[in-house]
Design a protein. Structure first.
Length: 134
């Protein structure tokens, strides 16, 4: 995964990995937070289908660049895309108004917090620290 690759790059400055593409748009969310919302919906909401998402859409390349940069790394140095670059597709934003109206809340965990949490679970590293402790 991208998060594991950040950890590897922090340990090994010459670490490289290949990924098929980063040319897509996605709404990244924390699975645990979405499952908590899903449980609330299952217990008390009889409104049909609801969208579970963060409401923040990222282009894969931008999300990876930002996530690496939070740890003082350049994603372009560590990550190589095997497919030719392509249009990531049309921009979209998911509306969470209905979800919030029916449940009283919406997802709040950001992409940055999600990456930090995942990396911390695997290693004791914080943003802007390097393997030298700077």
């Amino acid at each position: 995964t991208i998060v594991n690759s950040i950890g590897r790059a922090l340990e090994l400055p010459d670490f490289h990995f290949e990924i098929k593409t980063l040319d897509f748009r996605a709404d990244w969310s924390a699975a645990a937070e979405l499952m908590d919302l899903a449980a609330d919906i299952a217990e008390g909401c009889d409104e049909g289908e609801l969208v579970l998402a963060s409401g923040n859409t990222w282009v894969g390349r931008d999300a990876v660049r930002r996530s690496f940069a939070r740890y003082g790394l350049q994603s372009d140095h560590h990550c190589r895309q095997s497919s030719p670059r392509a249009d990531p597709g049309p921009e979209f934003r998911v509306s969470l108004q209905r979800l919030e109206r029916l449940t009283g809340r919406r997802p709040t965990i950001t992409l940055d917090a999600l990456v930090d949490e995942m990396l911390a679970a695997a290693r004791s590293v914080r943003p802007h620290e390097t393997r030298n402790g700077r």
